[in-house]
Structures are given as structure tokens and as C-alpha cells.
Design a protein around this ligand. Structure first.
Ligand code: ADP
Ligand code: MG
Length: 450
């Protein structure tokens, strides 16, 4: 049961959220399935999980199990964490290896730069889609504090924004090993602010952030509606620019497209250089496949790379997934990589594509049906005549496509995944009760399925 919840959360949350908050958790399900006790490493995490995720976990568990289950949060007993060798004794509590030490001191981790040394310029394939962003990033890495400050990089998921950021940090450190560089995901920044707030350690917090030479902050759209965080980020931002430290940011949208972020921050974001990363074009997808195969010591013939690249178009992450399947298939069956083999390895993926209902398609069909504009599917307008069809479209997107909640939110004008989840729950709940709605949904589903 717990594993099913975790799997579900892995799909719905961003990788960062999942790895930070959910992955370290352990749980014990009561023998009679009446309750699940979730163990959390420390008090801070416990509060955060209670606020952010407990409701979601409870409703998930209920859905999976078929009736309400009590979710109980508890601090992981210290001795379990402190004496991992005694694990065998606590047979039914599975404690992961990478638990943070209890009461982790933020100051002690001050200059862990959090860079992934495997993400470099060398293994980032260049193409029309990322040429500008890559050039700007290289410039920043070689002469930080000068042009393009801040550098704001935006684009859809899986297009290489995070990779590019790490590349900047790694390049700068290769040239100047003493530089103070920090890579941080916006969500981690939010939790750092919360921590500093709770422990009244804002001085340390400021010292840590304001002394950097290069701050790489990923996915700033997560600052939406976090007022306190925005204020602290604004302060850090001003302090860093004043001393000519460099700031590189990424987001899923251009600065003015960011929702629920203070105007003064948005205009700061836009005050250096703003560049987009586009989805990779065919030749770039081919080059990426060939390069990545080589990095895995495999040889992918060009014609196979073309075949895969033509069929997997959305982003680099999906290309990587396809490549992984092909390599595994080839190794397992001890066969050379060929088009026939790729077709076989990607059978599921290709067949889903053939009968795929796209979110765009759903948005258009629903908008036509309820006689609203397609653009209102992404707009921020809230009157019920628009908000309701939009929720219906989100619900159908979840039911009829393979997209995750965050991906759907993204396609609906950058809405938060919780908004999507709310819509999905609301419509599926009402569907049980309102025959009229149920009929409408039925018509829409038939239309979409052709
Ligand atoms: P984003 O942050 O935009 O969602 P990531 O930086 O996480 O995307 O990239 C997703 C995956 O694709 C990563 O494994 C990254 O290394 C890889 N990737 C993205 N763009 C390129 C590229 N141009 N060349 C090689 N690998 C890439
Ligand atoms: Mg990213």
C-alpha cells in the first residue's frame, strides 16, 4: 500500500520534490490496514510534510485501498537513524540509507555547492534550439558578473535547463576552484527560508546566500504565492548584483508569464538577458541520441537514431528514456541495434503515440463544446463559465492522456499541480452525483476517442 502511494507520488511530483520529501520516508502499515505510520527524519520535515503532502497521501491511500485510512506522521526513532547496523532488528521498518542526520545544521552545509559534476558543456549537444542560451551561459561561466546578469533561461520540461545551469557552475569551478557557487532548486530555497524563519537564523541564511559568487537557481516558477520567500530572494538578488556576483535562473515561462510573483521581482528577472530553450529539432535529437549511446559505450547507427528521433519528439528526457529501453533490449537479447530492434523495444511507446489523445485536442474539444475560447484554457480568468470547462478539460486530460499532474498544469497556462489535482477530484466526485455532467463527459469522451 505504501509503495503504491510512493509510486503514485513519484508520478505526480517533480523529481526534486519527490527526492527531497518523499523518497526518504519510511512507513509502517498497521496489520489491520486501519492506519499508516509515516516516519520522518526530523521535526522540520515533519511540519513541512504535514502541511504540503499529508492530505495528498491520505487521499491517495484511500483511493488505493478503497476506504479511508488514517495517516499518522511520526518522528523516526533516533536509534534507527543513529545505528544503521541494528537495522535487522527492526524488521518491519525499512529505513533508507540516505537519511539526513537528525537536526542537520544549515550552516554546516553552507558551501556544499550541490553541483552535479556530470552535467557539463562538453556533454550538452548544441543545436538551434539551445544555441543562444548555451552561448550566453558559456559567457557567464567564463566572465561572471559582467554581461547578462541575471541570466534568465526558460523553456518546457526536459529541454536541458537544469543541465545548462550545472554546466555553468562546473565550468566556473574548473577555472576558479575557490569560487563560491551554489546550485539550488527554487523549492529547496523555499524550504531554506522556512527553516531560517522557524529557527530564527536569518543572519546565517543571509550570510550564506549573500556571499556567493554565482547563484544558480532552478525553476523559479515555484516561488509563486510564497511571499516571504520572494522577499528573501529579492534581498539576496539585490545584494548579489550589488557586488557583481552572477545569478542564473530558470523557469518554465518567460518572466512576465510568471503567475503570482511580485511585479518588482519579475522586472528584476527581466533586467539582464532572457533566453528561451526550444524543443530540439530533428537533427539535434539525432545527435543527442548518438552521443548518449556513445557515452554508454554503445553504437547507434544513424538510421536508427533518425527513426527514434522522428518518433520521440517532445523533449530530451523522453529521448533518453527511449534510448535506455533500446540499449537494455539490445543487451538483454544480445542483438545489434537496428530499426527493427528499436521498433520492438519501443513498441509500447509507439502504440500509445498512434492512438494518442493530446491535451491540446482536449482543450479545443471542451472549449468548442462549452462555447468558450480555447485561449481561456490557459488564461487566469476565474468566472465559473470559464473555470468549470477548464476543470473538466483538466479532468479529461488526466483520464485520457499519460500526462502527469505537473505536466497538465503546465499545459493549462502554468498552473500548479495541486490546482489540477483539485479539478480532477472535484469533477470525478461530481460525476458520480450529477447525471447531466456525467452525460456531458460521456459525449466529450466519445468525441475525443473518435
Ligand atoms: P529541464 O531542466 O529543462 O527540465 P534537464 O536539464 O533536466 O531539463 O534535461 C533533461 C535531460 O536531458 C537531462 O538528462 C539532460 O542531461 C538531458 N539533455 C537536455 N538537453 C540536452 C542536450 N542538448 N544535450 C545532451 N543532453 C541533454
Ligand atoms: Mg530542470
Amino acid at each position: 500500500l505504501w509503495q503504491a502511494c510512493v509510486d503514485q507520488l513519484a508520478q505526480e511530483l517533480s523529481e526534486q520534490q519527490f527526492n527531497t520529501w518523499i523518497k526518504p520516508l519510511t512507513a509502517k502499515v498497521a496489520d489491520d490496514f486501519s492506519r499508516v505510520t509515516v516516519f520522518v527524519a526530523n521535526r522540520f520535515k515533519l511540519d513541512w510534510i504535514r502541511a504540503q503532502y499529508a492530505g495528498k497521501i491520505a487521499s491517495m491511500a484511500e483511493k488505493i485501498y478503497g476506504q479511508p485510512i488514517l495517516i499518522e506522521l511520526a518522528l523516526a526513532p533516533r536509534e534507527i537513524i543513529a545505528r544503521p547496523t541494528s537495522l535487522a532488528v527492526v524488521s518491519d521498518v525499512d529505513v533508507p540509507r540516505d537519511l539526513p542526520s537528525p537536526g542537520e545544521d544549515p550552516a554546516s552545509s553552507a558551501f556544499k555547492n550541490r553541483l552535479n559534476s556530470g552535467l557539463t558543456f562538453e556533454n550538452l549537444v548544441e543545436g538551434t534550439a539551445n544555441r543562444m542560451a548555451r552561448a550566453a551561459a558559456m559567457h557567464v561561466a567564463s566572465t561572471p558578473g559582467h554581461l547578462y546578469n541575471p541570466l534568465f533561461i526558460y523553456g518546457g520540461v526536459g529541454l536541458g535547463k537544469t543541465h545548462l545551469m550545472h554546466a555553468v557552475g562546473n565550468r566556473l569551478l574548473a577555472d576558479r576552484p575557490d569560487a563560491k557557487v551554489l546550485y539550488i532548486h527554487a523549492e529547496q530555497f523555499v524550504s531554506d527560508v522556512v527553516k531560517a524563519y522557524q529557527r530564527k537564523t536569518f543572519d546565517e541564511f543571509k550570510e550564506r546566500y549573500h556571499s556567493l559568487d554565482l547563484l544558480l537557481i532552478d525553476d523559479v516558477q515555484f516561488f509563486a504565492n510564497k511571499d516571504r520567500t520572494q522577499e528573501e530572494f529579492f534581498n539576496a538578488f539585490e545584494a548579489l548584483l550589488a557586488k557583481k556576483s552572477h545569478i542564473v535562473m530558470t523557469s518554465d515561462t518567460y518572466p512576465k508569464g510568471l503567475a503570482d510573483i511580485h511585479e518588482r521581482l519579475v522586472s528584476r528577472f527581466d533586467s539582464g538577458l532572457t533566453v528561451a530553450i526550444e524543443p530540439p529539432e530533428l537533427e539535434m535529437r539525432v545527435a543527442i541520441l548518438i552521443n548518449k549511446a556513445r557515452a554508454e559505450s554503445a553504437e547507434m547507427p544513424e538510421e536508427v537514431a533518425f527513426f527514434v528521433a522522428k518518433n520521440v519528439r517532445s523533449n530530451v528526457r523522453e529521448l533518453e528514456g527511449a534510448l535506455r529501453k533500446i540499449l537494455a533490449y539490445s543487451r538483454f537479447n544480445q542483438k545489434e541495434i537496428s530499426i527493427a530492434l528499436a521498433r520492438e523495444a519501443l513498441r509500447d511507446l509507439l502504440s500509445i503515440q498512434n492512438r494518442q489523445i493530446s491535451v491540446e485536442n482536449i482543450q479545443k474539444t471542451v472549449a468548442d463544446y462549452y462555447k468558450i475560447k480555447v485561449a481561456d484554457m490557459y488564461s487566469k480568468k476565474r468566472p465559473a463559465s470559464i473555470a468549470r470547462p477548464r476543470q473538466i478539460a483538466m479532468y479529461l486530460a488526466k483520464e485520457l492522456t499519460q500526462k502527469s499532474l505537473p505536466e497538465i498544469g503546465e499545459l493549462f497556462g502554468g498552473r500548479d499541480h495541486t490546482t489540477v489535482l483539485h479539478a480532477v477530484r472535484k469533477i470525478s466526485g461530481e460525476r458520480q452525483q450529477l447525471t447531466e455532467l456525467n452525460q456531458q463527459l460521456h459525449v466529450l469522451e466519445q468525441t475525443l476517442k473518435g
